[in-house]
Design a protein around this ligand. Structure first.
Ligand code: PMP
Length: 408
C-alpha cells in the first residue's frame, strides 16, 4: 500500500547521500550563540559567518535595537491579526511612509515576508489574458506567485535581453498586459540584470510593465542603496519594486513600492496581505530605523565592496573556480555534489560557515559554496576565510583539479 510519504523517496535518498559520510549536516546547522554580525558559535566552535544576507551588518545596530525594545514594551510581542483587520499599527503605516520616502515612490505596501510580497503581488496583479515574461533564474517566490496568477507565463533566458525582446515581439499583437519580471542582483551568482537594455525593450511595446525584485541589490547598489534602478539611473521606468527587510535591512518582512495611483487596490485583493498576520511591532520599528541607516550607508557599501573584492581575488588567486563576478556574493563551484558537501564540511569544521546550494536552486546545474560578504567583516576575517578555503580545497585535491580544468 502506498504510504503518504512515498513520493518523497527521492528526497530521502538524496538527503541520506548528503549525510552518509557522517560529517556535519549542511542543512541542519544550528547557531547556538550569535556573537556579532560576523561570528557565531556553531557546534561549540567559534565560526566566521560568510553565508548570511546581512550585507550591511545592521542586525545589531544600536538604534534599531532600542526602537525594537521600545516597540515591544509599548505594543507587545505581536499584532495577532492581518494588515486588513486588526494588524495595522501606527508603526506599519510609518514604515510604509518611510519606504515611499526611501524609494521616492508614491505607494508602499508592507507584507510579512519578501516571499509573500512576491507571491501576493504576482498572483493578483496579472489576470486572464495577461502575460508574465520572467527571467528563467528568478527566485522561488516569483515562480510560486506567477503560478498562482491566471496569466500566461513565458520565461526568457537568464539575463538575455535579446531573448526577452524576441518573446515580447511575438506578443505584440495580443491584447492584455505584459509584465516583465527580473531581479536586480541574482542570489546564487550575484550577477546583475542588464537593466538599461531591458528598460529600452520594455519601452518598445505597448501595455508592458516592469517589476524588479531588489532583494539582494537594495542597500548594496546605488548611492542611497535603492538598488540596481538607482545605479543605472532608470528608477522612473521600473513600475514595481519588490524588496525584503531580511537582507541588507537586517530584520524580516517584505514590501512592494510603486507610483501607480491605483496600486493601493492590491491591499483588497492580495491574499498574502489579507490572510496572514502582520509583522510584530518590534520588527517594524527596527526595519524603519535600519532603512535610514541603509539610505545613509555609503561607507558601509564601500566596505562591503572592498570585502567582496578581497575575497573574490583571494579565492581566484588560490586556484578555485569562482563562478561569480565581483559582487557581495562569491560563489565557488565544486566538481560534484559529494565533493561540495565534503568541502562544506571541511570549512565548517575549520570555523567558516558558507551556504551550500544545489540544483534546481542553482544555475547551470552547479554545486555551489555560496559565500556572501558583510560590511562588518574585517580584513583579518577575510584572510582567514581565504586561508581556510585554500587549505580545505588543497586537501580535497581541488586546486590541482581546477588548474587541470582551466588548461584542458
Ligand atoms: N526574492 C529573492 C530574490 C530572494 O533571494 C529572497 C530570499 N532568499 C526573497 C525574495 C524572499 O525574501 P524573504 O526572506 O523576505 O522571504
Amino acid at each position: 500500500m502506498a504510504g503518504i510519504f512515498d513520493r518523497f523517496a527521492n528526497v530521502k535518498t538524496q538527503r541520506a547521500a548528503i549525510v552518509s559520510n557522517g560529517g556535519p549536516d549542511p542543512f541542519n546547522v544550528r547557531m547556538d550563540q550569535v556573537l556579532s554580525q560576523t561570528e557565531a558559535i556553531i557546534g561549540n566552535r567559534r565560526t566566521i559567518l560568510c553565508g548570511t544576507n546581512n550585507s550591511l551588518g545592521l542586525t545589531f545596530a544600536p538604534e534599531a535595537l532600542k526602537a525594537a525594545h521600545d516597540a515591544l514594551d509599548d505594543f507587545g510581542t505581536g499584532t495577532t491579526g492581518s494588515r486588513m483587520l486588526n494588524g495595522t499599527y501606527s508603526g506599519h503605516k510609518e514604515l510604509e511612509y518611510a519606504l515611499c520616502d526611501f524609494f521616492q515612490k508614491d505607494h508602499a505596501i508592507v507584507f510579512s515576508t519578501g516571499f509573500l510580497a512576491n507571491a501576493g503581488v504576482l498572483s493578483t496583479l496579472m489576470g486572464p489574458g495577461d502575460y508574465i515574461i520572467m527571467d528563467a533564474d528568478c527566485h522561488a517566490s516569483i515562480y510560486d506567485g506567477v503560478r498562482q496568477s491566471q496569466a500566461e507565463i513565458i520565461r526568457f533566458k537568464h539575463n538575455d535581453a535579446a531573448d526577452l525582446d524576441k518573446r515580447l515581439a511575438r506578443l505584440a499583437d495580443k491584447p492584455g498586459n505584459k509584465l516583465i519580471v527580473i531581479e536586480g542582483i541574482y542570489s546564487m551568482l550575484g550577477d546583475k540584470a542588464p537593466l538599461a537594455e531591458i528598460v529600452a525593450i520594455k519601452k518598445k511595446y505597448a501595455n508592458t510593465y516592469l517589476l524588479s525584485d531588489e532583494a539582494h541589490s537594495m542597500g548594496v547598489l546605488g548611492r542611497y542603496g535603492r538598488g540596481l534602478p538607482e545605479e543605472v539611473g532608470c528608477e522612473e521606468d521600473v513600475d514595481f519594486i519588490v524588496g525584503t527587510f531580511s537582507k541588507s535591512v537586517g530584520t524580516v518582512g517584505g514590501f512592494v513600492v510603486s507610483s501607480y495611483p491605483d496600486f493601493e487596490m492590491l491591499r483588497y485583493v492580495c491574499r498574502a496581505y489579507i490572510f496572514t498576520a502582520s509583522l510584530p511591532p518590534s520588527v517594524v520599528a527596527s526595519a524603519k530605523v535600519n532603512l535610514g541607516l541603509v539610505k545613509n550607508g555609503g561607507a558601509l557599501r564601500t566596505r562591503l565592496m572592498r570585502n567582496a573584492k578581497m575575497l573574490h581575488k583571494g579565492l581566484v588567486d588560490a586556484g578555485l573556480k569562482v563562478a561569480s563576478d565581483i559582487s557581495p556574493v562569491v560563489a565557488v563551484v565544486a566538481p560534484d555534489p559529494q565533493t561540495c558537501v565534503a568541502f562544506w564540511q571541511g570549512l565548517i569544521e575549520a570555523g567558516v560557515y558558507v551556504n551550500l546550494a544545489f540544483p534546481p536552486a542553482t544555475p547551470h546545474g552547479y554545486s555551489l559554496l555560496r559565500c556572501s560578504l558583510c560590511a562588518a567583516h574585517t580584513e583579518e576575517q577575510i584572510k582567514q576565510v581565504i586561508g581556510i578555503f585554500t587549505e580545505v580545497a588543497g586537501k580535497l585535491g581541488l586546486l590541482e583539479e581546477t588548474k587541470r580544468v582551466a588548461v584542458g
